[in-house]
Design a protein around this ligand. Structure first.
Ligand code: SF4
Length: 71
């Protein structure tokens, strides 16, 4: 099942943690991160990035349920 990832660019503080953890999935666009557009293949690195984002800017959704960041 495909996942959907969003990066809230208004919240992103440009730490670069997500791009360091998953450089194939996130890129820096100026001071802000840019993640996969639309649906993407499941990858635990996405959840790791969501869990590690200091701004809580990354959300990972599977079938309408938020799976990242976790508890
Ligand atoms: S980890 Fe969060 S705050 Fe840091 S660049 Fe990625 S989205 Fe932005």
């Amino acid at each position: 099942m495909a996942w959907r990832v969003t990066v809230d660019r208004g919240r992103c503080m440009g730490s670069g943690i997500c791009t360091a953890l998953a450089p194939e999935l996130f890129t820096m666009d100026g001071e802000r991160s840019h993640g996969p557009d639309g649906e993407c293949e499941p990858d635990e690195a996405l959840v790791d990035a969501a869990d590690s984002c200091p701004a809580g800017a990354i959300t990972v959704v599977e079938d309408g349920r938020v799976i990242g960041p976790g508890d």
